[in-house]
Design a protein around this ligand. Sequence first.
Ligand SMILES: Nc1nc2c(ncn2[C@@H]2O[C@H](COP(=O)(O)OP(=O)(O)OP(=O)(O)O)[C@@H](O)[C@H]2O)c(=O)[nH]1
Length: 570
Amino acid sequence: MEATTALALSASPTGARRAPEKAPAASLHLRRFSATSSLHLRAAQSPALRSRASPFQGWWRSRRAGGLVVRAEMFGQLTTGLESAWNKLRGVDVLTKENIAEPMRDIRRALLEADVSLPVVRRFIESVSEKAVGTDVIRGVKPEQQLVKVVNDELVQLMGGEVSDLVFAKSGPTVILLAGLQGVGKTTVCAKLASYLKKMGKSCMLVAADVYRPAAIDQLTILGKKVGVPVYSEGTEAKPSQIAKNGLKEAKGKKTDVIIVDTAGRLQVDKAMMNELKEVKKAVNPTEVLLVVDAMTGQEAAGLVSSFNDEIGITGAILTKLDGDSRGGAALSVKEVFEFVGRQARREYILVSGKPIKFVGQGERIEDLEPFYPDRMAQRILGMGDVLSFVEKAQEVMHQEDAEELQKKILSAKFNFNDFLKQTQMITKMGSFSRLIGMIPGMNKVTPAQIREAEKNLKFMESMINVMTPEERERPELLAESRERRRRVAKDSGKTEQQVSQLVAQLFQMRARMQKMMGAMQGKDSPDMNELMESIKAEEQAADGTARRRRKYGNLRQRQLDAMRGFRRR
Ligand SMILES: Nc1nc2c(ncn2[C@@H]2O[C@H](COP(=O)(O)OP(=O)(O)OP(=O)(O)O)[C@@H](O)[C@H]2O)c(=O)[nH]1
């Protein structure tokens, strides 16, 4: 991986990136529904509990069973649906396009039944199918277990990949503005969030800007007392934006770290609500604008995210009442928002960026709020923690074997273009280059711009390697020694001869550097990644060299030439 990273970083920049397109906002139809606030159920799985379906799109109403609260198995319905997919793969040796077709249909059905939107499901299925078929067979891991892992990784990505932390203002109080429809749990979230932040050592103040429901102010005052944070209110007569502004002034005076502004909800997204929110936002310039969404809204959560974002601009979402949701559609619909474009008949959707879920509410108690961890959520959906850790361990062993093999090659100076390709493909399979590079010790000083360049360069280099003969890939010396061969690679890949020569030269430099590093790691010398990075950066600038640059990096070039060992122009 280091080899590939460094090689990519040291190559000259090429190509251009396409900017994502922005689509018009989707229209919304929102419905009011009753909250299943205190009961938890495994509704979808139990025919006995299905007898009274809720009026809202078949959500099953909470019921007490023999006086006992039946607690939901999180997203039980989805979990069960996915199980049938794994079962269909029992007995197969390897995942193929043909044998995954039926399990993929099960996964598709399970996701749709969980109320995940169609374009999200389509993209998900496409991506899982592609990755499942392309996955290397791992010794000792059954194909169905491998598919579980692929689905897990894709679910994690679908929910945002990583934890999205709250952002705090650099100076003065951090303002968190909560928005959302009526009854979704905004007031409760205010108190939960304040309690969470208090535990982090932050001082908080709540601001009661919901003036339409008098009980909301009382509710916030009671909750504020309960969690031990002051509540700023001016009754129901003042304007919400003025209350928020005054609240912020008071918080500044008291040097409070965070203020959380509770706003009024409406039954549906309407102009008056949005205008009022815009005014409040303008008055306090919040660091975070969080949309509070009831988990039971299912895929309509995507529409809410999109319309609130278009109207007021939000920074993330908080999903409440996850404890009463056995389907999971909302959790899977917030980060990836597709919008409908074109004519109905053509059903075209484009991906517009969604928003990260920052917290989830899983009950009515103050402590029932936690940061949203996409990986933990995916594991809960799949209900297959054991299988996942088993596959991960097996992968580790495989990587270790690969690494040992690579180490042998490096030490005997045999690192070739095949190894290079293998490393690149591994990076692609494992995920973003940017994420990986941060994990390499000493590499964290690399800037995002450099990483983007490196990613581009990998593709550029791959295109040249792809047209090399197997022999040339195995023995780069052949290319180093023959101008004819370099010319042919240049012609076939549509690059210049100079670019091919540069690539070959870089491979040799890389060999030399890696040998040096390996030697260092085996105790001969202390490895200095910073020095390595400096040299890579210097090469990057020198690559297309002006005379001045050439003078400046003259010594370096000489060292590179020495390192190339045997690379001669004929
Ligand atoms: N089960 C469960 N109930 C919740 C959760 N969060 C909030 N509630 C309940 O949902 C109901 C409505 O919560 P509120 O905080 O009053 O909602 P709101 O968005 O402020 O309501 P409006 O001010 O009318 O817009 C209350 O009964 C809460 O106890 C949760 O995570 N799980």
